[in-house]
Design a protein around this ligand. Structure first.
Ligand code: SF4
Length: 425
């Protein structure tokens, strides 16, 4: 346990941001953050720095709006034959062509993704008869589960009473891969929503179950990923319910500890990325301090045992989070013209102001050899499949290094700790 120090607010927070403090008497989690609190209960009880939404989030909101229209058309909800809602790309998107052509391309792509999403979802019922009920942005909040209020809004819940088939879908418009997972380790958000459905509608127990994640702009892997647990839906849901309840019990215990003025131990890992509580997290601070010792030659990475190296490797996201946090604070200090910050300017690299105009210029110069084809994923539907198959191949598989024993936070932290007490040589 760590002594509770959650009132050390950052002295400089971004404009429009605010600190959300938990109410320890009423623990609360959102299903969308389950990937984090299921692995680190502390993250559910620390304060959170909430910022205004950025261009990427606003783009996702627009894409969801169009997706809702596509689902309503596909599943015949409300007025039919109406055009897609008019959405505009938010300002500030990275590498975006804001010329009329670029905006029109973006709008066409958003609409096409939405239609594919609806078609793929409906295709999951192509083998069964009867009506399929489509619940868009389905709210599945619980009043209290294991002492914790769980807020859950599923992008899509489909239910066919005839087949007793339940499908929970998630539409992701970001590019970092999310994935639907496996039967043993399913996408936490979708599986959690399925459990809440079964709790809220005990008279509608599914006999078949499916999950899917549609992420049209994913960089690697399939855009539409489905998961159909091979064993019976009831058994699978029961296992998932036990898993969810044990995570919530840990959150409730973390909240009770925090109410007594103590923090449960943090569990750093990949889920630390973008953790809104990192500024108050003892692990993020401790990892940063220890990394600085390495940088200052007080300790050396070569002194670690292979097991310690792999334990730290498994937790490298915590370092990344620390660095991101540090960068953000320096940026804000500079923005607020704090005297501790000085700036050295490096001349910016040249850039094309308009890639389409640059392409046109090379074509006019008859230099087709200077043109680069787009990402392969964007070629589908433009070049026939057979031609695309003949033109494309795959890079060799890329190795990903992982610790045989998985994550081991205690060993990772301990491997630093044993050096912390050493005298500086
Ligand atoms: S930064 Fe990581 S270890 Fe710390 S609270 Fe967040 S998820 Fe937990």
């Amino acid at each position: 346990m760590t002594a509770l120090q959650t009132h050390n607010d950052p002295i400089d927070i971004p404009d429009g941001a605010y600190v959300k403090r938990p109410d320890y008497a009423r623990p609360y989690v959102t299903m969308s953050a389950r990937h984090r609190w299921s692995k680190c209960a502390l993250s559910a009880v620390l304060p959170q720095l909430r910022g205004p939404s950025g261009p990427a989030a606003d783009e996702g909101t627009s894409a969801h709006k169009v997706a809702e229209w596509a689902l309503a058309q596909k599943f015949k909800i409300g007025p039919q034959g109406i055009p897609a809602p008019a959405v505009q790309p938010p300002a500030g998107l990275h590498d975006f062509d804001y010329n009329p052509r670029g905006i029109a391309d973006w709008q066409a792509q958003v609409a096409q993704h939405a239609i594919t999403y609806a078609n793929e979802a409906a295709g999951l019922y192509s083998d069964v008869g009867g009506d399929t009920h489509c619940l868009i942005e389905c709210v599945l909040d619980t009043a209290d589960l294991c002492g914790v209020k769980v807020a859950c809004r599923a992008d899509l819940v489909l239910w066919n009473p005839q087949a007793k088939r339940l499908v929970v879908g998630d539409y992701k418009y970001g590019r970092s891969p999310v994935g639907v997972g496996t039967a043993d380790e399913p996408n936490e958000q979708c599986a959690g929503a399925a459990v809440l459905w079964s709790l809220q509608a005990p008279h509608l127990q599914p006999e078949q179950i499916g999950l899917f994640v549609y992420q049209p702009r994913i960089r690697f892997g399939e855009a539409f990923q489905t998961l159909v647990p091979s064993h019976g839906a009831t058994d699978w849901l029961a296992v998932q319910r036990v898993a969810l309840e044990s995570e919530l019990v840990a959150v409730a215990a973390a909240s009770a500890s925090a109410a007594r003025g103590e923090l449960v131990d943090p569990t750093p890992g990949d889920h630390c990325t973008y953790c809104p509580s990192a500024r108050w997290c003892p692990a993020a601070a401790a990892f940063g301090a220890k990394a600085l010792d390495v940088e200052a030659n007080r300790v050396a990475v070569v002194d670690w045992t292979p097991e310690e190296v792999m334990a730290i490797w498994s937790m490298r996201a915590a370092f990344k989070q620390f660095e991101e946090d540090l960068k953000e604070r320096v940026r804000i200090l500079h923005e607020k013209q704090h005297p501790a910050v000085t700036v050295k300017w490096r001349k910016g690299s040249p850039m094309w102001l308009s890639e389409p105009a640059a392409v046109e210029a090379f074509m006019m110069a008859d230099r087709y050899d200077m043109l680069k084809p787009p990402a392969i994923g964007n070629a589908a539907g433009i070049i026939p499949d057979s031609e695309l198959a003949a033109l494309t191949g795959r890079y060799p598989d890329v190795p990903t290094f992982a610790a045989v024993d998985g994550k081991n936070p205690a060993l990772a932290a301990g491997s630093f700790a044993k050096y912390l007490n050493q005298e500086k040589k």
